[in-house]
Design a binder for this molecule. Structure first.
Ligand SMILES: Cc1ncc(COP(=O)(O)O)c(C=O)c1O
Length: 387
């Protein structure tokens, strides 16, 4: 299959919009949406039989397909709605492990929602939620490992690490960090919200205590499908946020049923993986990564700004500093997004880090370099009007 604009009609994406934000919510291919609809129809035809007979079979099948995709043992994997639920599930279950003064640490590249979860847990337990700086631009992976190692002390109880950070798009060298943290008895939680479908995962060999990741971003499932991997030693101490019918029946059974919901995003895993495989993992990764590197080169050259990360620290996203001085408040990033959409029909997310504004570009198989050339023109126009 040829990538670029020729393939864009596999999605419902608006032709009038230059869509450079696959990262925020993904985009589900039409074929996968149709499969999801078919599952919903099956459910509505005979709801009782569906939940009693088909549900367990479809759930097992979906977990089995996903397990192969992320190299996990099926029995260590459950499905949740999103990475937010995954992290909340883990931290709420770990509350009983925390005592006043314990530290939960994370780099300052953390996703704002997870920052709030950490603070919430800290308030309930008396533990401290601590964010530490990872400079951006970063020097290299060794420096990241060194900074994180320096943060660890006898009070550090939990580390939350993004596999791929939201505001900076950096791929964190989690393998080395997990190894060091484990050797010091620190509980390791990996927020892999962006990782499934972008990185080749091997959840079993990572050695983390917990890993959660979205399938609805880069794996092409409909929204509401995410994985939660829990190491064997923690499985009997982890419960879903909603306790329901199968409480006490063991890790996978408890998570299988957390009350009635529409399970069609979960059961679209097989069609989503089929679609993904039809594009070819290697081909997709090569295309998206090359496109993000070329696009970053182009934008940095044209705007006369420097890259903030080496290309081997990036996957299919890249964050670039907006080269203007503006006053930042909590509305800034949304106002900038709205402005680029309204004025230029470009869908682009903005983030702030250390009082600087960054825009984040994504590359997906339906994008071409011309999308980023349009962005360069828009950015030049925008900057000239601000100055
Ligand atoms: C690193 C990170 N964690 C968590 C989330 C939250 O994902 P969701 O809204 O699917 O729960 C995001 C969303 O972009 C993210 O980038």
């Amino acid at each position: 299959m040829e990538f670029g604009y020729k393939i864009k009609n596999e999605w419902l994406l608006d032709d009038e919009v230059t869509f450079l934000n696959h990262g925020s919510f993904g985009a589900t291919p039409l074929k996968v949406l149709q499969a999801k609809e078919e599952i919903e129809r099956r459910l509505e035809r005979e709801p009782l039989s569906f939940f009693a007979d088909e549900f367990p079979v479809l759930l097992k099948e979906s977990i089995s397909r996903l397990a192969k995709f992320v190299n996990a043992n099926e029995e260590n994997l459950v499905l949740v709605e999103n990475a937010t639920t995954g992290i909340n599930t883990i931290l709420r279950s770990l509350e009983k492990e925390l005592k006043p003064g314990d530290e939960i640490i994370t780099p300052n590249h953390v996703y704002p929602g997870i920052r709030n979860t950490m603070k919430f847990i800290a308030e309930r337990t008396g533990a401290k939620a601590i964010e530490f700086d990872i400079p951006f631009p970063v020097i290299d992976n060794d420096k990241i490992v060194e900074i994180i190692t320096q943060q660890i002390n006898s009070k550090t109880k939990i580390i939350i690490l993004d596999h791929i950070a939201s505001p900076t798009a950096l791929i964190f060298p989690i393998e080395g960090i997990i190894r060091i943290c484990k050797s010091k008895g620190i509980i390791t939680i990996i927020d892999g919200a962006h990782a499934p479908g972008m990185l080749e995962l091997n959840l079993e060999s990572l050695g983390a205590d917990f890993y959660t990741g979205n399938c609805h971003k880069w794996m092409f499932t409909p929204k509401g499908c995410a994985l939660l991997w829990v190491s064997k030693e923690w499985q009997n101490r982890i419960n879903p946020l909603a306790i329901s019918l199968f409480h006490g029946n063991g890790f996978q059974e408890e998570f299988a049923w957390t009350g009635t919901k529409n399970p069609s995003p979960w059961f679209s895993l097989s069609p989503a993986i089929d679609f993904y495989n039809s594009l070819g993992f290697e081909k997709l990764r090569e295309y998206n990564h090359k496109l993000i590197c070329d696009a970053t080169d182009l934008i940095c050259r044209e705007l006369n700004v420097t890259e903030h990360a080496k290309y081997d620290m990036l996957g299919f996203m890249s964050s670039i500093e907006l080269p203007i001085k503006i006053t930042i408040d909590e509305k800034t990033t949304m106002e900038l997004r709205n402005h680029f959409m309204k004025e230029y029909r470009i869908e682009l997310p903005f983030h702030t880090l250390n009082n600087k504004v960054f825009f984040r570009i994504s590359a997906q198989v339906y994008n071409e370099i011309d999308d980023y050339k349009r962005l360069v023109s828009a950015l030049k126009d925008f900057i000239s009007k601000i100055k």
